[in-house]
Every structure is written in C-alpha cells, then in structure tokens.
Design a protein around this ligand. Structure first.
Ligand code: PDD
Length: 280
C-alpha cells in the first residue's frame, strides 16, 4: 500500500513505473545525495534541518540545481495522501543527472529527483536493546555528505546480520565514528551525554541535533568529543539515533554487555522527550 505512488522528476507516477535511465550518474557513479525524513501523523519532522542538510550535500558535490523546497514539500504531501501514509518516512534522492558514462561531466546537467514513501511503525516503546558489533570504518573521507554511496555500510550491516548482530558501529583511527545508518551517543558514570563532534568523519544527524537540543533544554550535561571502543564498552548507557530508528538503546557491543545489559534511564528519558517532540 505504502508504495503505490512515487515521485519522478517533477511528477507523481505509479510506483511500478518509476524508472530512471541506465545512464543516470547515480546508477553508474553513485553521484548523488539523499535524505530520509520521518513522517508522524502526516507531519514532516524537522523538515528545515533535513532540507538545509540536503542543500549542503548538493553544494559539497557541486550539483547544480533549481530545487524549490515548496514544490518538493507539496509533492511529499501529495504522496502522503495518495499512499495513505500516517506514520512513515520519505526517501528523497537527487543525482547529478543523465550523461554518457564518463568521469568528466558537464556542470549543467539536469539533476534527477526521486521520492518514495515507506511506512514506519511509531509508538512510545523503546523495544529490545540492540546487539551490535564494531568494525573498522571503511567508508570514504566525506561522511558529512549524505551521499548515496552506501556500499561499505550495506556490506558491513549485512556482515553484522550474518554474524547475529543487529548493527555495526565504526572505528576510525582508534575512535568510534557512528553506526552504519545512525549516530551514536554514550552516557558516562556522571550521567554526561557524550557524542562525536560533527566533522567529516560522521553524518551530522538531524535526530542527533534534536536530541542534543532536548538534552540541553532539560539540564543534561553534554560533551562533544571522540571516544574509543573501550569507552563504549564501559559506558553506563549507549544508544543510536536516526530518523527511522528514533532513539534505540544498545545493550551489547561485540557480545559484551553495556552495564547490566538493560536499557538506561537517560536513554529512556531522552526517548520520551523525543516522542513528545514528534507528537507520538
Ligand atoms: N540514515 N549517520 C548515518 C551514516 C546515516 O545514514 C544516518 C541516517 C544518520 C542519522 O541521521 P538522521 O538523524 O538525520 O536520520 C547518521 C538514514 C535514516 C538512512 O540512510 O536510511
């Protein structure tokens, strides 16, 4: 039901007819960017943050475009109605466009813009804590760009699943960067929330930023600094954030329990504040 209609280059089309050309540079070079925006009660959560990041990603790849936010938002709302979405997410992808397969490309290609919907089950339950594994971060240097080049993350997430884990957290130069499709927070013995600074080694998550804001507004101490796997393993609490995971506790890493392997109080508190914020 959720994927009855999608958006393809300016038009809403039946999902099964939403094709892009084989010479699209997204297909041949993963030359494009994307966003995933949470929808709760038909409302787009943190639209401004997602749109600003989309523009930053496009700029960093020098993808010229004439994207009008109002037009995209109007079409997202049409997709919400046509696909009868109440809670879900919209995937928005912009690639540089279609051109013969060549490393050198004209600067004025017309970008391809596609959007599709997925349902997401949303309630105030945190569910089971995740069991994750650690792995060397084998991605490229510009992880601050929300690039569609997701092969490393997909391969490693599959590897994690095949080994009985639910996700993978990356290590680069002895420090944790983020999870395959989410940001990571740890909580120390003093109940300080610690998260990786937003540099080129991570994607600056919109959910991460919202959690930081909610934490600050509620008197929770926050530190922005890099931390090691050892610190994760000895942390009081660990959790991940993303637009589709929301706040997800992590209760074991590399088969070692975090604390007693139970969901932590600060994680619960922040999740509750986030549920209030999104209106669920
Ligand atoms: N991914 N880091 C990475 C590598 C991500 O892919 C994501 C989100 C995040 C969290 O960002 P945000 O809070 O803005 O969703 C961090 C999306 C959900 C995805 O690829 O499906």
């Amino acid at each position: 039901m959720a994927q009855k209609y999608s958006f393809l280059n300016g038009e809403i089309v039946p999902h099964e007819k939403a094709f892009v050309h084989i010479e699209d540079r997204g297909y041949q070079f993963s030359d494009g960017v994307y966003e995933v925006i949470l929808i709760v009660n038909k409302k787009l959560i943190d639209l401004e943050g997602h749109f600003d990041r989309l523009l930053r990603s496009l700029k960093k790849l020098s993808i010229n475009h004439d994207i009008k936010k109002a037009f995209l938002v109007e079409n997202i709302h049409q997709l919400i109605e046509k696909n009868a979405i109440i809670n879900g997410s919209v995937y928005l992808q912009i690639t540089r466009g279609v051109y013969k397969r060549s490393q050198i490309y004209p600067s004025d290609l017309s970008p391809s813009v596609v959007m599709k919907m997925s349902p997401v089950e949303i309630n105030r339950t945190l569910g089971e804590g995740l069991s994750i594994m650690s792995h060397e971060d084998i991605r490229w240097q510009y992880c601050d760009i929300k690039s569609i080049s997701l092969l490393a993350s997909s391969l490693l997430k599959k590897k994690a699943y095949d080994q009985g884990f639910e996700d993978v957290v990356y290590i680069k130069n002895s420090f944790i960067t983020e999870a395959s499709f989410a940001n990571i927070f740890i909580v120390d013995e003093d109940n300080t929330l610690i998260t990786t600074p937003a540099d080129e080694s991570i994607l600056e998550g919109i959910t991460r930023n919202r959690i930081i804001e909610l934490a600050a507004a509620n008197g929770i101490k926050i530190e922005y600094r890099k931390f090691s796997l050892e610190e994760v393993l000895s942390a009081k609490e660990v959790f991940l954030t993303s637009s589709t995971l929301l706040v997800r506790p992590v209760t074991s890493v590399d088969d070692k329990l975090i604390g007693k392997g139970e969901i932590g109080q600060l994680t619960e508190k922040l999740a509750s504040l986030y549920y209030d914020f999104i209106g669920v």
